[in-house]
Design a protein around this ligand. Sequence first.
Ligand code: KG4
Ligand code: ZN
Length: 340
Amino acid sequence: MKPVNILAIETSCDETAAAVVVNGRTVLSNIISSQVPLHTMYGGVVPEIASRKHVEKICPVINEALKQAGMTYDDITAIAVTYGPGLVGSLLVGLSAAKSIAYATGKPLIGVHHIEGHVAANYVSHPDLEPPFMSLIVSGGHSHIVIVKDYGEFEIIGRTHDDAAGEAFDKVARAIGLGYPGGPKIDKLAREGNCNAIAFPRAHIEDCPYDFSFSGVKSAVLNYLNQEQMAGREVNKADVAASFQEAVVDVLAARTVAAAKEYGFKQVVISGGVACNSALRYKAQEFCDKEGIKLYYPEPILCTDNAVMIGCAAYYEYIRGVRDGLDLNAIPNLKIGERK
Ligand code: KG4
Ligand code: ZN
């Protein structure tokens, strides 16, 4: 069979990314132009600045992805693009580029769900991995426990009632003066701290064993910082980072592995930006080992936003016959498992 070469585009937040992926699993190029330094001075992503930067970068990034893959549009089978969830202005830049290419070349267009892309990153990092499995999806905007029944088939069994895990990392990092993006900075600082120094709370939601709530632990950190400041005591930031991180990753790992056990899955897959977190990986490994479950997570470059994951998810859509029209629109609050 002829290989399926997908040119994938991802612009849902502050990374302008393009990639060429063959048959969903082989990466020929992975170009990511990060805007992090641009947004750092504002303490977070400024949507208007993000979309303007995407406009500037999108063509060079796509050209570079083709060049590194050693391909022209003639070699490409289909064009894939993230259409949601994400920042609407950012999504529209990637979508307009993808639609223009599809129209000009006559190649099929495939819209991809950003979060489903995050899960698919694991298929690239682990060529042996196949659904079904239990999955924890943790990013700046999402914290879900999901049963991945098949490629592109999801059932949500746990969700956050307030902040996403990554959002909590970013907010706590700001409060202790680490700046944006907070997750990697807390991860690094926590290595110098004692994770049992401060007992931050772990929220349980009645009758929803796989749901999360992170606003309580975030407020507890803010209260702790205030209380120490009022008492004139010096705060040990590394201890705060380590204790906060422990409270979050303990809950994430324990609930995911408990869900896998209850539903009888022997594979647990974590994905999204927070899947980079070293303490989460360690904790999840520890719990999985105890239950004889195999744990998967992508390599760090495929955990945070990239277009490889979009090219991978698109391949499985492509072989199922999914094709989109040029009327494909951005859906900023697209839900997991929801179709366009
Ligand atoms: O998946 P992603 O790149 O973008 C979204 O789709 O949201 O995730 C970004 C999030 C940010 O909140 C960032 O702080 C968090 O992932 N993150 C981390 C780490 N690396 C990135 N959180 C904890 N530890 C990390 N090492
Ligand atoms: Zn993401």
